[in-house]
Design a protein around this ligand. Structure first.
Ligand SMILES: [Zn+2]
Ligand SMILES: [Zn+2]
Length: 336
């Protein structure tokens, strides 16, 4: 059970706020403190010869970050291999149960939620591929445990894990890490997937059938399917989808957590083989914490290479322009 913090008053000038644009249906987090974030990637501080001085995520520099929420292994007598810590520059603050009297579409309100950093290695590594397979499974196990604790809180509505790998994908620090966020509302892209499922309950089953028929399956393991979706936004985009309906990653069986770890390694291995050094993002899309039994959701991880920055047309329309067909991307990701 995750315990909310004791109440304090928001600082309207410095604490993160959530601004809502009713015309576009957009939500924007205004988080002034994030301007103070350190960055080794933006400044090129990451020396070719390895670890930048004073990397806050490296073992030995724990005093530079807030106390951990979870560590792996859990035994404090053993050196840690991975840790989850509070983000020092969050775009949501944990205001506990007394959070948000304002409605979610209020033009401005305090941004309530939880924003953690998942430090995925104790040594200074730039890629998940430098982490051994067992330790990488433990990282996902720790995220599973953390999200499961947050999902018990009635003041939080939805949670995710996301990764920015490489400066083109929005990373500011080189040391391998991802982020874990829980919000007090369901964000627009997840609402859109829910609305699509309400219209077509078998939508995920159709997706899996389409991928099989179109030779777009990359790999399968432990109840998960890695596939290229029908409208990939960039070459080599891949999704890892449960092969049967399941609302929540945080409630899945440990074997599926391990399968997710293994498939993320596989997809990133293939991506780096085709495009060495490519930046990428991934994010978890799962159902809201409160289950909607009308939906046959399949939780999934979307992995998006960042080969080109998004341009005017994408921003104007929400439509992407890419150069590779799903079949071609799937063939490359299979190593064919
Ligand atoms: Zn480091
Ligand atoms: Zn999705």
């Amino acid at each position: 059970m995750s315990v909310p913090p004791p109440p304090r008053s928001p600082d309207p000038a410095r604490d993160p706020r959530l601004h809502h644009d009713a015309l576009g249906g957009r939500s924007v987090f205004i988080a002034p403190r994030r301007a103070d974030r350190p960055s080794d990637l933006a400044t090129g501080m990451q020396a070719a010869a390895g670890r930048p001085a004073g990397c806050v995520f490296c073992a030995g520099n724990e005093h530079l970050t807030p106390p951990f929420r979870l560590r792996s292994p859990a035994n404090p007598l053993l050196p840690w291999q991975a840790r989850i810590i509070p983000n020092r520059f969050p775009f949501v603050e944990d205001w506990g149960g007394a959070a948000t009297a304002a409605g979610r579409r209020a033009p401005v309100r305090p941004a309530h939620g939880v924003h953690d950093v998942v430090i995925e290695a104790a040594t200074h590594e730039a890629s998940i591929l430098a982490i051994d397979a067992a330790a990488w499974r433990d990282v996902w196990g720790m995220c599973h445990q953390r999200l499961a604790a947050l999902a018990t809180r009635s003041d939080l509505a939805w949670g995710t894990i996301f990764k920015n790998s490489g400066a083109l994908a929005g990373a500011s620090l080189e040391h391998v890490h991802s982020q874990l966020v829980a919000l007090d509302f369901v964000p627009p892209d997840v609402e859109a997937e829910l609305a699509a499922l309400h219209g077509t309950p078998a939508l995920f089953a159709h997706l899996l059938e389409w991928a099989a028929a179109q030779n777009c399956i990359v790999a399968e393991a432990g109840g998960l399917v890695a596939l290229v979706p029908p409208a990939p936004r960039q070459p080599l985009e891949a999704w890892i989808v449960t092969d049967t309906p399941e609302d929540h990653f945080h409630a899945t069986a440990p074997a599926r957590v391990e399968a997710l770890a293994d498939l993320t390694r596989l997809v990133v291995t293939r991506l780096q083989a085709v495009l060495p050094g490519a930046a990428y993002n991934w994010w978890l899309h799962q159902a809201p914490f409160a289950t909607d039994s009308r939906c046959r959701w399949h939780w999934h991880l979307e992995i998006l290479p960042r080969l080109a920055s998004f341009a005017g047309f994408e921003l104007a329309t929400g439509c992407h322009v890419s150069t590779a067909s799903p079949q071609e991307s799937a063939r490359l990701l299979r190593g064919g």
